[in-house]
Design a binder for this molecule. Structure first.
Ligand code: MV4
Length: 598
């Protein structure tokens, strides 16, 4: 079995992996960036090393810093979690070159499945049909028009090196093919560094079902049930559940066997997820994710397996220890993601900041996989997932009610969260009746009723006590030559900083010199002055007008890449462009003035 595992990640998934390692007697090594110095995963690991930097690129995507910690710590395996390096073959190869084990599939399997066209070819070779579409990159708009006229509209154009729906364009007719193809290629290049795109017939009302699989090095390949991930907004999963409601057992068995065939066709090892679309009694291969998924806990709850433990066993060369006949699906599990975002008016604007208080839910069948505790800070530099709330119960309706009860118990103060949106979804009659599908959230749910969450009352936590001016035993964290140590000291209470608190920013601190507006409205419709401001932080990827140009109301001024989508920033009025304050490539903050129309 493994001796020491470097957890090459942060947040809730790092905590998740550390917990299972502890249960298995495996030492853990955490890495942390400058903003994460006081983070939960760094606190929990047996060893913690600062890899420096602030942004993801400077820290958790800094391959040299990560490999340096691997060498310094003497870890014999690296668990990548999800995101970051979890599907990066350069990283997995570099880990192996240093004599350590990468807890995941072989690089060849990652490469096969990372290219969505080659993944479709591999699935087809295994006898598993994808959504009707092409097996090579699109080279001309005419190809899309011919395909749409032959197979029917709409047509989905997707990034060959993408995934998760990012950059996907849905084309309704041949007239809009050229612009859609250009936009899809532009986004594919911007998001994934490659502009190859392919197409599929767009299924109008499918369910998004994914199958968990795991393969060891002894010929054992098992599917562990499906997860219904249809409840998504802008390709961000909001709610996942298992078993999929109204899902026939014969389809489940056929999909599980198909998932295994796809995995074996690419020489897969360890845990993975095969995604399908299910519509009108048929299922179609979509893509394969060669990593542990965010939503893996619901599979753990209905099967009783610890997927991280299985991953570590398989990585250590041990057999699974069970076969397909041993797998039992019991009860129903639901997961919701609790993000530091404000869902008011359906904007889901990021809401980074310090969590002044976090009180987790409890009781029967409730699990909170959190990456943060009271006093921790949600940084704007990383994914803003605070925690996953997961419940198990005997059947779907009990699980749905348990989730609503657990959401009601979950208290998070200091940042706005998606909890109100989660409650809206779980309490909606369509969800209760399992009538939802992939388009349901964006076509049928109305988030407008969600008020802007009031800033938390400046309440003291119930356990605040006014201690006397005496010495207080205190655990503090010290960092010596880049390595983190815990020390126990006795200090006068008045000298103690609040746990995890970073120095408060000055009230009038401004980032950048750009003019800010008071209104952070989503639509970029500017103020009466004709000033057009950014509705959210992001990157300008295209400026479409020039100073002095006449524009119409609603004309796109520039394109802002934010929240994994291209946002068209439009002129609120007709007039003349007086000034343009941004150019392509600028990173701007919410409220920055982009242009002025007079
Ligand atoms: C599709 C589709 C319909 N037809 N492809 C989205 C995430 C990524 N895994 C693939 N996704 C989809 N691909 C075809 N040919 C529907 C989805 C989809 C979806 C699409 C729009 C809005 C929400 C969605 C949620 C799940 C799946």
């Amino acid at each position: 079995m493994l001796n020491k595992v470097l957890v090459a990640n942060r947040g809730e998934i790092a905590v998740r992996i550390i917990r299972t390692c502890r249960e298995m007697g495996i030492k853990t090594v955490a890495i942390y960036s400058e903003p994460d110095r006081f983070s939960m995963h760094a606190r929990m690991a047996d060893e913690a090393y600062c890899i420096g930097g602030t942004t993801a690129a400077e820290s958790y995507l800094n391959i040299e810093a990560m490999l340096d910690v691997l060498t310094r710590s003497g870890a014999d395996a690296v668990h990548p979690g999800y995101g970051f390096f979890s599907e990066n073959t350069d990283f997995s190869r570099a880990v192996k070159e240093r004599g350590a084990i990468f807890v995941g599939p072989p690089p060849e399997a990652i490469e096969t499945m990372g290219d969505k066209i080659s993944s479709r070819i591999a699935a087809k070779a295994a006898g598993v049909d994808g959504v009707p579409g092409t097996m090579e990159a699109i080279t001309a708009p005419e190809e899309v028009a011919v395909f749409g006229n032959e197979h029917g509209w709409p047509v989905a154009i997707k990034a060959a090196y993408g995934g998760g729906g990012r950059g996907m364009k849905v084309v309704d007719n041949s007239e809009s093919v050229t612009e859609a193809l250009e936009s899809a290629k532009r986004e594919a290049l911007a998001y994934f560094g490659r502009d190859e795109v392919y197409m599929e017939k767009y299924l109008s009302w499918p369910r998004h079902i994914e199958m968990q699989i795991i393969v060891d090095n002894h010929g054992n390949a098992v599917w562990l049930g499906e997860r219904d991930c249809s409840c998504q907004r802008r390709h961000q999963k909001l709610v996942e559940e298992t078993p999929a409601p109204n899902f026939p057992q014969d389809i489940r068995n056929a999909m599980g066997e198909a998932a295994i065939r796809v995995a074996l066709a690419c020489g897969y090892r360890n845990a993975g997820t095969v995604e399908f679309l299910y519509q009108d009694g048929e299922f179609y291969f979509l893509e394969m994710n060669t990593r542990l998924q965010v939503e893996h806990p619901i599979t753990e709850l209905v099967t009783g397996v610890d997927l991280v433990a299985l991953q570590l066993k398989v990585a250590a060369g041990e057999p699974l220890g069970f076969s397909q006949d041993d797998v039992r699906i019991n009860g129903h599990a639901i997961e919701v993601r609790i993000n530091a975002e404000d869902p008011a008016r359906g904007l889901f604007l990021p809401s980074p900041g310090s969590i002044s208080k976090l009180i987790p839910p409890g009781g029967p069948g409730v699990r909170l996989d959190s990456g943060y505790e009271s006093g921790d800070t949600v940084s704007q530099h990383y994914d803003n997932l605070i925690a996953k709330l997961v419940v198990w119960a005997g059947d779907r309706e009990q699980a749905r009610n348990r989730m609503l009860r657990a959401l009601g118990e979950t208290y998070i103060e200091g940042v706005k969260t998606t909890i109100p949106a989660d409650v809206l979804i779980l309490s909606h009659p369509d969800f209760a009746a399992a009538k939802h599908s992939t388009r349901w959230v964006e076509s049928s749910l109305n988030f407008d009723q969600l008020d802007m969450q009031e800033p938390p009352a400046d309440t003291k936590s119930p356990d605040d006590t006014q201690g006397s001016m005496q010495l207080q035993e205190t655990d503090i964290t010290a960092e010596v030559q880049g390595r983190r140590y815990r020390l126990r000291m006795w200090l006068p209470i008045s000298d103690l900083p609040a746990a995890g608190q970073s120095p408060k920013r000055s009230a009038n601190s401004k980032s950048g010199s750009k003019k800010r507006s008071s209104d952070q409205a989503n639509r970029s419709m500017g103020q009466a002055s004709g000033s057009i401001t950014a509705p959210m932080q992001g990157t300008i990827i295209k400026v479409l007008v020039e100073v002095g140009q006449e524009v119409d109301a609603g004309q796109t001024i520039c394109v802002l890449e934010a929240m994994k989508m291209e946002n068209m920033i439009e002129s609120p009025t007709s007039g003349t462009v007086k000034s343009i304050n941004v150019s392509s490539g600028d990173y701007i903050a919410a409220g920055d003035e982009l242009a002025v129309i007079v």
